[in-house]
Design a protein around this ligand. Structure first.
Ligand SMILES: C[S@@+](CC[C@H](N)C(=O)[O-])C[C@H]1O[C@@H](n2cnc3c(N)ncnc32)[C@H](O)[C@@H]1O
Length: 442
């Protein structure tokens, strides 16, 4: 199978079987012998096509008369792939993209589809003015140009203003680097940097997280020895700040309520020098396995996983925790650049249900904190309704808690003037992240 055929297979899985892009990609990379160059090309084709989502269909509709649901799904995916290459990939000649799409249609559909694909893509190449990007309505303009759902752009404009919304969407279209957290139980950051360089990676230390290493180029993850050997954990630098804000100490009894796959749990364990106890809860059993695997690889033995709905944690562990982390389920709108398909999988309804769940988890977690103990709340979103507003609501009904200043615990200086931290992707050039620290009165 050539690279484009593999990319098509992956797109079919994503659109017809609702597979996750990253999981389908890595399954295909394991199944076929693929050169490094093709691996990069397939990744770019799949992530680019998926990220462009409805923008590709908006362009397609300018060139077909029949409703898209009357066209065979595989043919739609062949057209998505072709349009993406012609409109967005400068390095692929348009005629090559068209010819390859026609070949795919012959192979995976029939001669009639091949003729149809050829007609659509030739017209597209001849008449680029037909898909000139819309102007007039700011939300639609940004949504089509920057490949985001219209409802989401409207939300961003409403919350942050037009200029910031545009910058945010543009940032979401940049490539996210791989970031590794040094497992300080086994190695120092300078030592790990040397090891990574010997493994043909180009890396720089993170400026905001003392364990963070940003990989500008690297081999595929399953060939990265320091990762396999437990010297490092994949984790974005902004998410590494959470464990520092929690500030765990050796011997502490810690509860991490929403912990899978264990990025922050294992970081907390490293800061405790693997001494003390961490209860790592999650609502999904299969995800607990991931925490155990990570802990084993990293040489950590103080983590006890537990199938536990965080809304029940207060009943299970009343007044028990020195420190408790609620890394809440959230809309993930701060990490859209990392998951090209995720912007198209979210809905406004889903988003509106989250604050109530987040507050319910926080209310239960509060019952599990010892007097004088600490409760940290974090999310990887940028929406105030899931972040500061949840904390404000919580404080209204918890006079025994006060907001602590997260900035005292951050390993870098941030210009945020509030006691909480909100990292914004287009301003801070990291994943978007929110952290609040609460202390229960002694
Ligand atoms: C943001 S992710 C956690 C990431 C994790 N803390 C890390 O650093 O690797 C949120 C997690 O919460 C879990 N979750 C969702 N609802 C939950 C609930 N009611 N109780 C416990 N866990 C829940 C999800 O399964 C997911 O693993």
């Amino acid at each position: 199978m050539n690279a484009r055929a593999i990319a098509l297979n992956i797109l079919n899985e994503i659109y017809q079987q609702k597979a996750y892009a990253n999981i389908s990609l890595s399954r295909h990379f394991q199944k076929y012998e693929i050169t490094e160059q093709d691996r990069r090309f397939i990744t770019e084709l799949v992530y680019g096509t998926v990220k462009s989502g409805d923008t590709l269909l908006w362009i397609l509709k300018k060139f077909v008369n029949r409703p898209l649901n009357k066209i065979e799904p595989t043919v739609i995916n062949i057209l998505r792939l072709g349009i993406y290459q012609i409109v967005f990939m400068d390095k692929v000649p348009a005629s090559a993209a068209c010819n390859e799409a026609v070949n795919l249609a012959k192979k995976f559909s029939n001669q009639g589809s091949a003729k149809f694909v050829n007609g659509v893509l030739r017209n597209l190449i001849r008449q680029p003015e037909k898909y000139a990007m819309p102007t007039g309505n700011k939300a639609i303009e940004v949504a089509v140009r920057e490949q985001h759902p219209v409802w989401l752009v409207k939300k961003f404009i409403h919350t942050f203003g037009s200029e910031a919304a545009l910058k945010l969407c543009q940032f979401n279209n940049t490539n996210a680097p791989l970031v590794l957290r040094t497992n300080t139980l086994k190695i120092t950051r300078p030592e790990l940097i040397k090891e990574l360089e010997q493994n043909e990676c180009t890396v720089i230390p993170s400026k905001i997280a003392p364990e963070g290493i940003i990989c500008q180029s690297h081999a595929s993850l399953n060939k990265l020895k320091p990762l396999q050997n437990g010297m490092a954990q994949v984790q974005d630098e902004s998410s590494m700040l959470v464990a520092h804000v929690l500030n765990p100490q050796k011997g502490d009894f810690i509860i991490d309520t929403c912990s899978a796959p264990g990025g922050k749990t294992t970081h907390i364990a490293a800061l405790m020098n693997n001494e003390g106890t961490i209860i790592a809860g999650d609502i999904y059993e299969h995800k607990l396995k991931l925490i155990n695997e990570n802990a084993h690889r990293l040489g950590i033995n103080i983590i006890k996983t537990q199938l536990l709905d965080a809304r029940e944690v207060g009943n299970f562990y009343p007044n028990k925790a020195d420190k408790i982390l609620v890394d809440a389920p959230c809309s993930g709108l701060g990490v859209l650049r990392r998951k090209p398909d995720s912007r198209w999988n979210k809905t406004e309804d889903l988003l509106s249900e989250l604050p109530a769940l987040q507050l319910e988890i926080l209310n239960s977690a509060a019952l599990a904190v010892k007097k004088g103990g600490v409760l940290v709340y974090s999310t990887c979103t940028i929406m105030p309704e899931e972040n500061q507003n949840v904390i404000d609501e919580f404080l209204k009904t918890h006079a025994d808690f006060k907001l602590d200043d997260v900035h005292k615990f951050l390993p870098f200086k941030h210009k945020d003037k509030t006691k909480t931290l909100q990292l914004m992707p287009h301003i801070d050039h990291t994943d978007g992240f929110f952290i609040a620290r609460l202390i229960r009165n002694a």
